[in-house]
Unconditional design. Structure first.
Length: 85
């Protein structure tokens, strides 16, 4: 009976310490996952912005290629004549 009591007396604090360690580890993992997901969301927003800019540029190029008006030709020639700086 003394052995059972000693086992219970030692196992309760050990289980409490293990529970505390597991709880801290789970909190750490939760923070880690939150940081990773916010980083992924930021990268996704950057990719969306870049994609929108590229789509706008492609739309301009499509308009230049398909529009054969004299006004557009004059605009292109005007761009060629402008200095770069």
């Amino acid at each position: 009976m003394n052995v059972v009591f000693a086992f219970l007396a030692l196992s309760i604090p050990i289980l409490a310490i293990l529970g505390w360690v597991v709880t801290d580890w789970l909190r750490f993992k939760e923070k880690q996952i939150g940081a990773i997901s916010s980083e992924a969301a930021e990268k996704a927003a950057q990719y969306v912005a870049k994609t929108e800019r590229l789509e706008q540029r492609v739309a301009v190029l499509e308009r230049i290629i398909t529009d054969r008006s004299a006004v557009l030709a004059d605009q292109i020639d005007g761009l060629r004549d402008k200095p770069l700086n």
